[in-house]
Design a protein around this ligand. Structure first.
Ligand SMILES: [Zn+2]
Length: 404
Protein backbone atom coordinates (compact mmCIF):
# COMPACT_ATOMS: atom_id res chain seq x y z
CA UNK A 1 0.00 0.00 0.00
CA UNK A 2 2.78 2.39 0.94
CA UNK A 3 3.99 2.49 -2.67
CA UNK A 4 0.66 3.96 -3.78
CA UNK A 5 1.28 7.09 -1.73
CA UNK A 6 4.76 7.74 -2.98
CA UNK A 7 3.92 9.79 -6.08
CA UNK A 8 1.62 12.07 -4.08
CA UNK A 9 4.24 12.56 -1.34
CA UNK A 10 6.86 13.28 -3.96
CA UNK A 11 4.58 15.82 -5.65
CA UNK A 12 3.91 17.51 -2.31
CA UNK A 13 7.66 17.65 -1.67
CA UNK A 14 8.28 19.28 -5.04
CA UNK A 15 5.40 21.70 -4.40
CA UNK A 16 6.75 22.87 -1.04
CA UNK A 17 10.32 23.04 -2.40
CA UNK A 18 9.32 25.23 -5.33
CA UNK A 19 7.07 27.38 -3.13
CA UNK A 20 9.88 27.91 -0.63
CA UNK A 21 12.43 28.68 -3.37
CA UNK A 22 10.22 31.36 -4.87
CA UNK A 23 9.45 32.84 -1.41
CA UNK A 24 13.18 33.07 -0.62
CA UNK A 25 13.87 34.80 -3.96
CA UNK A 26 11.00 37.17 -3.37
CA UNK A 27 12.14 38.16 0.16
CA UNK A 28 15.71 38.66 -1.08
CA UNK A 29 14.38 41.19 -3.63
CA UNK A 30 11.94 42.84 -1.24
CA UNK A 31 12.37 46.49 -0.27
CA UNK A 32 11.79 45.35 3.35
CA UNK A 33 14.95 43.20 3.36
CA UNK A 34 17.19 45.83 5.10
CA UNK A 35 14.58 46.21 7.91
CA UNK A 36 14.24 42.44 8.26
CA UNK A 37 18.00 41.86 8.45
CA UNK A 38 18.38 44.74 10.94
CA UNK A 39 15.74 43.01 13.10
CA UNK A 40 17.51 39.66 12.87
CA UNK A 41 20.84 41.26 13.77
CA UNK A 42 19.25 42.96 16.81
CA UNK A 43 17.76 39.64 17.97
CA UNK A 44 21.27 38.14 17.84
CA UNK A 45 23.26 41.05 19.25
CA UNK A 46 21.04 43.83 20.55
CA UNK A 47 20.27 44.46 24.18
CA UNK A 48 16.87 46.08 23.44
CA UNK A 49 15.35 42.75 22.40
CA UNK A 50 17.05 40.67 25.09
CA UNK A 51 15.23 38.36 27.48
CA UNK A 52 15.77 39.06 31.16
CA UNK A 53 15.82 36.51 33.97
CA UNK A 54 13.17 36.85 36.70
CA UNK A 55 13.24 35.61 40.28
CA UNK A 56 9.92 35.07 42.03
CA UNK A 57 9.86 36.96 45.31
CA UNK A 58 6.37 35.92 46.37
CA UNK A 59 3.32 34.35 44.77
CA UNK A 60 0.04 32.65 45.63
CA UNK A 61 0.91 29.56 43.56
CA UNK A 62 1.73 27.17 46.39
CA UNK A 63 -0.49 28.19 49.29
CA UNK A 64 -2.34 24.89 49.52
CA UNK A 65 -5.57 26.15 47.96
CA UNK A 66 -6.70 26.89 44.44
CA UNK A 67 -6.25 30.30 42.84
CA UNK A 68 -7.77 31.12 39.43
CA UNK A 69 -5.41 32.73 36.91
CA UNK A 70 -7.42 35.97 37.12
CA UNK A 71 -6.48 36.23 40.81
CA UNK A 72 -2.90 35.00 40.43
CA UNK A 73 -0.26 37.02 42.17
CA UNK A 74 3.39 36.59 41.18
CA UNK A 75 5.73 39.31 42.30
CA UNK A 76 9.08 39.06 40.55
CA UNK A 77 12.43 40.78 40.57
CA UNK A 78 14.15 41.47 37.25
CA UNK A 79 17.77 40.31 37.24
CA UNK A 80 19.05 43.21 35.17
CA UNK A 81 22.56 41.78 35.06
CA UNK A 82 21.16 38.59 33.55
CA UNK A 83 19.79 39.45 30.12
CA UNK A 84 20.37 37.18 27.16
CA UNK A 85 19.89 37.79 23.44
CA UNK A 86 16.68 36.37 22.03
CA UNK A 87 18.67 34.24 19.59
CA UNK A 88 20.38 32.40 22.48
CA UNK A 89 17.21 30.38 23.00
CA UNK A 90 16.19 29.98 19.33
CA UNK A 91 19.36 28.77 17.64
CA UNK A 92 17.69 26.42 15.07
CA UNK A 93 15.19 29.15 14.05
CA UNK A 94 17.83 31.85 13.60
CA UNK A 95 20.09 29.46 11.72
CA UNK A 96 17.24 28.51 9.39
CA UNK A 97 16.53 32.06 8.31
CA UNK A 98 20.23 32.96 8.21
CA UNK A 99 20.91 30.18 5.71
CA UNK A 100 17.83 31.01 3.65
CA UNK A 101 18.96 34.65 3.28
CA UNK A 102 22.69 34.03 2.78
CA UNK A 103 22.92 30.92 0.64
CA UNK A 104 21.96 30.35 -2.97
CA UNK A 105 19.60 27.50 -3.84
CA UNK A 106 19.63 26.22 -0.26
CA UNK A 107 16.65 24.44 1.29
CA UNK A 108 16.34 22.80 4.73
CA UNK A 109 16.44 18.99 4.85
CA UNK A 110 13.33 18.36 6.91
CA UNK A 111 9.71 19.15 6.10
CA UNK A 112 8.97 20.79 9.44
CA UNK A 113 11.67 23.41 8.89
CA UNK A 114 10.50 23.94 5.30
CA UNK A 115 6.94 24.50 6.49
CA UNK A 116 8.07 26.91 9.23
CA UNK A 117 10.05 28.97 6.73
CA UNK A 118 7.16 28.95 4.24
CA UNK A 119 4.84 30.33 6.93
CA UNK A 120 7.18 33.17 7.93
CA UNK A 121 8.17 34.16 4.40
CA UNK A 122 4.57 33.95 3.12
CA UNK A 123 3.54 36.30 5.91
CA UNK A 124 6.37 38.75 5.28
CA UNK A 125 5.62 38.73 1.54
CA UNK A 126 1.87 39.15 1.98
CA UNK A 127 0.75 42.79 1.77
CA UNK A 128 -2.67 41.93 3.24
CA UNK A 129 -1.16 40.43 6.40
CA UNK A 130 1.29 43.30 6.85
CA UNK A 131 -1.49 45.87 6.33
CA UNK A 132 -3.69 44.04 8.82
CA UNK A 133 -1.09 44.59 11.56
CA UNK A 134 -0.43 48.18 10.51
CA UNK A 135 -4.11 49.14 10.72
CA UNK A 136 -5.38 46.96 13.58
CA UNK A 137 -4.96 49.64 16.24
CA UNK A 138 -7.19 51.97 14.19
CA UNK A 139 -10.11 49.49 14.09
CA UNK A 140 -12.02 50.61 17.16
CA UNK A 141 -14.81 48.07 16.56
CA UNK A 142 -12.22 45.30 17.00
CA UNK A 143 -9.65 46.49 19.52
CA UNK A 144 -12.28 47.66 21.99
CA UNK A 145 -13.75 44.16 22.26
CA UNK A 146 -11.67 41.36 23.74
CA UNK A 147 -13.42 38.53 21.86
CA UNK A 148 -13.19 40.25 18.48
CA UNK A 149 -9.58 41.25 19.00
CA UNK A 150 -8.65 37.72 20.01
CA UNK A 151 -10.40 36.26 16.95
CA UNK A 152 -8.81 38.78 14.57
CA UNK A 153 -5.31 38.18 15.94
CA UNK A 154 -5.77 34.40 15.90
CA UNK A 155 -7.22 34.31 12.37
CA UNK A 156 -4.88 36.80 10.70
CA UNK A 157 -1.60 36.73 12.61
CA UNK A 158 -1.05 33.89 15.09
CA UNK A 159 -2.28 30.92 13.08
CA UNK A 160 -0.47 32.19 9.98
CA UNK A 161 2.87 32.01 11.78
CA UNK A 162 2.21 28.91 13.94
CA UNK A 163 3.13 25.38 12.78
CA UNK A 164 -0.57 24.44 12.61
CA UNK A 165 -3.40 26.81 11.75
CA UNK A 166 -5.52 25.59 14.68
CA UNK A 167 -6.70 27.55 17.67
CA UNK A 168 -9.25 27.25 20.48
CA UNK A 169 -10.94 30.26 22.05
CA UNK A 170 -12.16 30.26 25.63
CA UNK A 171 -15.85 29.29 25.43
CA UNK A 172 -16.56 31.65 28.33
CA UNK A 173 -15.87 34.64 26.10
CA UNK A 174 -18.95 36.89 25.98
CA UNK A 175 -20.21 37.07 22.42
CA UNK A 176 -23.14 38.34 20.41
CA UNK A 177 -24.87 36.40 17.63
CA UNK A 178 -22.96 38.51 15.12
CA UNK A 179 -19.70 37.26 16.66
CA UNK A 180 -19.98 33.89 14.92
CA UNK A 181 -17.57 35.27 12.35
CA UNK A 182 -14.36 37.30 12.37
CA UNK A 183 -15.41 40.94 12.46
CA UNK A 184 -12.50 42.36 10.49
CA UNK A 185 -14.49 42.03 7.26
CA UNK A 186 -13.16 38.65 6.12
CA UNK A 187 -16.35 36.83 7.31
CA UNK A 188 -14.44 33.70 8.38
CA UNK A 189 -16.79 31.49 10.40
CA UNK A 190 -15.50 30.87 13.90
CA UNK A 191 -18.37 28.93 15.53
CA UNK A 192 -16.24 25.80 15.83
CA UNK A 193 -13.32 27.63 17.41
CA UNK A 194 -14.81 27.96 20.90
CA UNK A 195 -13.88 25.24 23.38
CA UNK A 196 -12.59 24.29 26.80
CA UNK A 197 -9.24 25.98 27.37
CA UNK A 198 -9.00 25.24 31.09
CA UNK A 199 -5.70 24.02 32.50
CA UNK A 200 -4.12 23.71 35.93
CA UNK A 201 -5.49 22.02 39.02
CA UNK A 202 -8.28 23.15 41.29
CA UNK A 203 -5.99 23.15 44.32
CA UNK A 204 -3.22 25.27 42.73
CA UNK A 205 -3.19 27.89 39.92
CA UNK A 206 -5.83 27.07 37.34
CA UNK A 207 -8.34 28.55 34.92
CA UNK A 208 -9.15 29.28 31.31
CA UNK A 209 -6.68 30.58 28.74
CA UNK A 210 -7.99 33.22 26.29
CA UNK A 211 -6.71 31.24 23.30
CA UNK A 212 -4.57 28.17 22.72
CA UNK A 213 -2.82 28.53 19.37
CA UNK A 214 -1.02 25.84 17.40
CA UNK A 215 -2.87 22.59 17.99
CA UNK A 216 -2.05 18.91 18.45
CA UNK A 217 -0.53 19.16 21.91
CA UNK A 218 1.95 21.85 20.91
CA UNK A 219 -0.32 24.81 21.51
CA UNK A 220 0.83 27.85 23.35
CA UNK A 221 -1.23 30.12 25.58
CA UNK A 222 -2.15 33.57 24.33
CA UNK A 223 -3.62 36.27 26.53
CA UNK A 224 -5.40 39.27 25.14
CA UNK A 225 -4.80 42.55 26.93
CA UNK A 226 -7.74 44.90 26.88
CA UNK A 227 -7.18 46.70 30.13
CA UNK A 228 -8.22 50.05 28.71
CA UNK A 229 -11.75 48.75 28.51
CA UNK A 230 -13.12 48.54 32.06
CA UNK A 231 -16.16 46.53 30.92
CA UNK A 232 -14.14 43.72 29.41
CA UNK A 233 -13.33 40.60 31.46
CA UNK A 234 -9.62 41.46 31.21
CA UNK A 235 -10.29 45.03 32.28
CA UNK A 236 -12.38 43.90 35.26
CA UNK A 237 -9.77 41.40 36.41
CA UNK A 238 -7.15 44.11 36.11
CA UNK A 239 -9.17 46.60 38.12
CA UNK A 240 -9.57 43.98 40.89
CA UNK A 241 -5.89 43.18 40.74
CA UNK A 242 -4.87 46.84 41.01
CA UNK A 243 -7.17 47.23 44.00
CA UNK A 244 -5.71 44.18 45.74
CA UNK A 245 -2.08 44.97 45.08
CA UNK A 246 -2.11 48.61 46.01
CA UNK A 247 1.56 49.00 46.62
CA UNK A 248 2.88 47.05 43.71
CA UNK A 249 3.68 48.69 40.44
CA UNK A 250 2.66 46.31 37.66
CA UNK A 251 5.42 46.95 35.23
CA UNK A 252 5.57 46.63 31.43
CA UNK A 253 2.38 44.79 30.63
CA UNK A 254 -0.74 45.03 32.79
CA UNK A 255 -1.53 41.31 32.51
CA UNK A 256 1.85 40.26 33.87
CA UNK A 257 0.65 38.20 36.84
CA UNK A 258 -1.88 36.27 34.78
CA UNK A 259 0.69 35.63 32.10
CA UNK A 260 3.32 34.41 34.54
CA UNK A 261 0.88 31.99 36.16
CA UNK A 262 -0.22 30.63 32.79
CA UNK A 263 3.32 30.35 31.42
CA UNK A 264 4.46 28.41 34.50
CA UNK A 265 1.47 26.05 34.64
CA UNK A 266 1.68 25.46 30.90
CA UNK A 267 5.38 24.61 31.06
CA UNK A 268 4.76 21.97 33.73
CA UNK A 269 1.84 20.66 31.69
CA UNK A 270 3.85 20.36 28.46
CA UNK A 271 6.71 18.65 30.29
CA UNK A 272 4.29 16.04 31.63
CA UNK A 273 2.54 15.61 28.26
CA UNK A 274 5.71 15.49 26.15
CA UNK A 275 8.48 14.17 28.42
CA UNK A 276 10.68 13.41 25.37
CA UNK A 277 10.72 17.01 24.05
CA UNK A 278 14.17 18.36 23.32
CA UNK A 279 13.58 21.27 25.74
CA UNK A 280 10.96 22.65 28.12
CA UNK A 281 11.40 26.40 27.71
CA UNK A 282 7.74 27.07 26.97
CA UNK A 283 6.47 30.50 25.91
CA UNK A 284 3.27 32.38 26.72
CA UNK A 285 2.29 35.37 24.56
CA UNK A 286 0.42 38.49 25.68
CA UNK A 287 -1.05 40.70 22.95
CA UNK A 288 -3.01 43.88 22.49
CA UNK A 289 -3.82 45.60 19.18
CA UNK A 290 -0.58 47.56 19.51
CA UNK A 291 2.01 45.49 21.30
CA UNK A 292 3.03 42.11 22.61
CA UNK A 293 5.17 40.56 25.33
CA UNK A 294 6.56 37.07 25.86
CA UNK A 295 7.26 35.14 29.05
CA UNK A 296 9.07 31.81 28.96
CA UNK A 297 9.37 29.31 31.77
CA UNK A 298 11.53 26.19 31.87
CA UNK A 299 9.92 23.80 34.34
CA UNK A 300 12.88 21.39 34.19
CA UNK A 301 15.52 23.95 35.22
CA UNK A 302 13.21 26.47 36.98
CA UNK A 303 14.23 29.45 34.85
CA UNK A 304 11.83 32.30 34.07
CA UNK A 305 12.42 34.86 31.29
CA UNK A 306 10.67 38.06 30.23
CA UNK A 307 10.88 39.96 26.95
CA UNK A 308 10.35 43.70 26.75
CA UNK A 309 6.97 44.98 25.50
CA UNK A 310 7.38 44.88 21.71
CA UNK A 311 5.36 47.26 19.55
CA UNK A 312 3.65 45.68 16.53
CA UNK A 313 4.17 48.82 14.47
CA UNK A 314 6.98 51.28 14.01
CA UNK A 315 5.45 54.62 12.99
CA UNK A 316 3.37 53.82 9.92
CA UNK A 317 5.31 50.66 9.22
CA UNK A 318 5.15 47.18 10.69
CA UNK A 319 7.76 46.32 13.33
CA UNK A 320 9.47 43.16 12.09
CA UNK A 321 10.79 42.34 15.55
CA UNK A 322 7.26 41.51 16.72
CA UNK A 323 6.61 39.25 13.72
CA UNK A 324 9.87 37.33 13.93
CA UNK A 325 9.59 36.92 17.70
CA UNK A 326 6.02 35.62 17.25
CA UNK A 327 7.20 33.16 14.60
CA UNK A 328 10.03 31.90 16.81
CA UNK A 329 7.92 31.42 19.94
CA UNK A 330 4.91 29.91 18.15
CA UNK A 331 7.28 27.33 16.63
CA UNK A 332 9.29 26.89 19.84
CA UNK A 333 9.33 23.09 19.56
CA UNK A 334 11.17 23.11 16.26
CA UNK A 335 12.85 26.52 16.23
CA UNK A 336 13.77 26.78 19.92
CA UNK A 337 16.89 25.35 21.53
CA UNK A 338 15.93 25.79 25.19
CA UNK A 339 18.62 26.56 27.75
CA UNK A 340 22.23 25.93 26.78
CA UNK A 341 24.65 24.25 29.16
CA UNK A 342 26.04 27.69 30.03
CA UNK A 343 22.57 29.04 30.82
CA UNK A 344 21.66 26.08 33.02
CA UNK A 345 24.86 26.58 34.98
CA UNK A 346 24.84 30.36 35.27
CA UNK A 347 21.24 31.60 35.28
CA UNK A 348 19.46 32.48 38.51
CA UNK A 349 16.62 30.12 39.33
CA UNK A 350 13.08 31.47 39.57
CA UNK A 351 12.51 29.59 42.86
CA UNK A 352 8.91 28.88 41.85
CA UNK A 353 8.38 25.95 44.23
CA UNK A 354 10.18 27.57 47.16
CA UNK A 355 8.09 26.91 50.25
CA UNK A 356 5.74 24.47 48.49
CA UNK A 357 4.86 21.27 50.35
CA UNK A 358 5.53 17.96 48.63
CA UNK A 359 1.85 17.55 47.68
CA UNK A 360 1.77 20.90 45.87
CA UNK A 361 5.05 20.13 44.12
CA UNK A 362 3.65 16.79 43.03
CA UNK A 363 0.51 18.41 41.61
CA UNK A 364 2.51 20.85 39.45
CA UNK A 365 4.94 18.18 38.28
CA UNK A 366 2.67 15.17 37.79
CA UNK A 367 -1.02 15.90 38.08
CA UNK A 368 -2.08 18.83 35.91
CA UNK A 369 -5.13 17.89 33.83
CA UNK A 370 -6.10 19.50 30.52
CA UNK A 371 -9.69 20.67 30.23
CA UNK A 372 -12.65 20.34 32.57
CA UNK A 373 -10.79 22.20 35.32
CA UNK A 374 -13.20 23.88 37.72
CA UNK A 375 -12.94 26.00 40.84
CA UNK A 376 -13.53 29.71 40.51
CA UNK A 377 -12.66 31.13 43.90
CA UNK A 378 -10.48 30.14 46.79
CA UNK A 379 -13.52 29.16 48.92
CA UNK A 380 -15.02 26.96 46.21
CA UNK A 381 -11.75 25.17 45.70
CA UNK A 382 -11.36 24.23 49.36
CA UNK A 383 -12.73 20.82 48.57
CA UNK A 384 -13.51 18.95 51.81
CA UNK A 385 -12.89 15.58 50.13
CA UNK A 386 -9.43 16.66 48.97
CA UNK A 387 -6.70 14.21 49.89
CA UNK A 388 -4.64 17.22 50.86
CA UNK A 389 -6.49 17.61 54.17
CA UNK A 390 -5.24 15.57 57.07
CA UNK A 391 -7.76 15.72 59.90
CA UNK A 392 -6.38 15.21 63.35
CA UNK A 393 -8.17 14.87 66.70
CA UNK A 394 -5.67 15.83 69.38
CA UNK A 395 -5.37 12.98 71.93
CA UNK A 396 -6.19 15.40 74.74
CA UNK A 397 -9.58 16.30 73.25
CA UNK A 398 -12.39 14.93 75.44
CA UNK A 399 -14.51 12.14 73.95
CA UNK A 400 -18.10 13.12 73.23
CA UNK A 401 -20.89 10.62 73.40
CA UNK A 402 -24.11 11.24 71.49
CA UNK A 403 -27.43 9.48 71.68
CA UNK A 404 -27.83 6.91 68.92
ZN1 LIG B 1 -10.97 38.45 9.78
Amino acid sequence: MAALYKPRDKRRKIDIDSELKSLIISIKHSTSLPDITATLRALCEGDADALTVLIIESSNACLGYGVPFSMAFCHTKLQLKESYTFASFFVPGMSLIEKALNMTDWLPDDDLSKQSLVRLLSFLNDKGSINFIKTLHKRQDIFNNETRLCVALAEHVLTKLAPKANYILDHHYPRLKTDDECRCGCHSKIDDKYGDTSIGHYSVWHGNIDALVGGEGLEIPVLIDLTNDPDSPGGRAQAEMKHRIKNEHIEDFPIKHQMLSQAIVFSFLQKARHPDSKHFLIPCIGMSAKQMIVYLYDSKYDVLLQSRAISLTDGNEVNYTGLIVLWLVLNYQNLGSGLSEYCVKNMSKAAFLKGADSETENIYKERLPVGDVHGRSMCETLDPTSTRRVVITPPDTPKFVWPS
